[in-house]
Design a protein around this ligand. Structure first.
Ligand code: 13P
Length: 250
C-alpha cells in the first residue's frame, strides 16, 4: 500500500525569527512545489507565525515541537493545541527524546497530548526510541513497544491510522551515528506489527513511520528504500536549505 512519504525538519532551539524566515523562504523556492513527499517545518514557537507566512501558498506544512494537553489554564510557559491550530500548525511533534530526557515527559502525558491534538484536528508526530544502553541490553523491542502502547492508548483506529510515528534511537540523535538501514527497518517493522496488533492490519498499512537520528543527504535514500520507512524526522541537516532540500528530494 502506498504511503505518502513525510519529511519533517525539527529545528529544535535554533534560529531567530529573522533566520527562520530566511530559511523558510529559501525552502519554498527550492521545495515548495514538491508533491511526492509531504514536507513539514517545525520551528520554535516564536517563529511559527513567521514561518506560516513564508510557506503560505506552497505545499509545505507547519508543525510545532511540543504542546500542552489542556486547552487553557494556569500552566505558565505552556502552549495549547487551539493556540497552535490558530497559527496554522497541522502537525505537532510529541514525546521527543529530548523532552523525555530533560522535561520528564512520560508516555501518559504524550498520550494525553495525542488525544488533545486529535480533538482539534491536528496530527501528532509521536517519537519513540531506545537509548544506547537499552539497545546494548537487547531491549529495543521491549522499550519501543512499551512507549508506543502508552502513547497510542485509547486512540480511535481512524486517528491512529492518520498518526505519524517517529522512530528515533537516542544514540543516533545529533551524534552523526545513523542507524544502519537494517537496524532502522527492523525497528520500524516491530512498530508496524505492534500497530497491527493494537488496532488492525489496515491501520498498520496506513500509519506512516519516520526514521530520525543523523539523517543526512548521503544516507536518506538507502533508509527510504526500506519497506517500512516512510519518511524522516531531521534535526541538524534541516537547519540548512541545501541539505534539507537534498533530503526532501532524495
Ligand atoms: P539529528 O538529525 O540532528 O540527529 O536530530 C534528529 C532529531 O532529533 C529529530 O527530531
Amino acid at each position: 500500500m502506498a504511503r505518502l512519504p513525510i519529511i519533517a525538519g525539527n529545528w529544535k532551539m535554533y534560529k531567530t525569527r529573522g533566520e527562520a524566515a530566511e530559511l523558510a523562504k529559501t525552502l519554498v523556492s527550492a521545495a515548495g512545489a514538491v508533491s511526492n513527499v509531504e514536507v513539514v517545518l517545525c520551528p520554535t514557537y516564536t517563529s511559527l507565525e513567521t514561518v506560516a507566512q513564508a510557506i503560505g501558498g506552497s505545499r509545505i506544512k507547519l508543525g510545532a515541537q511540543n504542546c500542552h494537553f489542556e486547552e487553557q489554564g494556569a500552566f505558565t510557559g505552556e502552549i495549547s493545541v487551539p493556540m497552535l491550530k490558530e497559527i496554522g500548525c497541522a502537525y505537532v511533534i510529541i514525546g521527543h527524546s529530548e523532552r523525555r530526557q530533560y522535561y520528564a515527559e512520560t508516555d501518559e502525558n504524550i498520550n494525553k497530548k495525542a488525544l488533545a491534538l486529535y480533538k482539534h484536528g491536528l496530527t501528532p508526530i509521536i517519537c519513540v526510541g531506545e537509548t544506547l544502553a537499552q539497545r546494548q541490553a537487547n531491549k529495543t523491542a521491549e522499550v519501543v513497544t512499551a512507549q508506543l502502547r502508552g502513547c497510542l492508548s485509547g486512540l480511535p483506529a481512524d486517528k491512529a491510522a492518520a498518526s505519524v510515528i517517529a522512530y528515533e534511537p537516542v544514540w543516533a540523535i545529533g551524534t552523526g551515528v545513523v542507524a544502519t538501514k537494517e537496524q532502522a527497518q527492523e525497528a520500524h517493522a516491530i512498530i508496524r506489527a505492534l500497530v497491527a496488533e493494537m488496532f488492525s492490519k489496515d491501520v498498520a498499512d496506513k500509519i506512516r513511520i519516520q526514521y530520525g537520528g543523523s539523517v543526512k543527504p548521503d544516507n536518506v535514500s538507502e533508509l527510504m528504500a526500506e519497506p517500512d520507512i516512510d519518511g524522516a524526522l531531521v534535526g541538524g541537516a534541516s537547519l540548512k536549505a541545501d541539505s534539507f532540500t537534498a533530503i526532501v528530494k532524495f
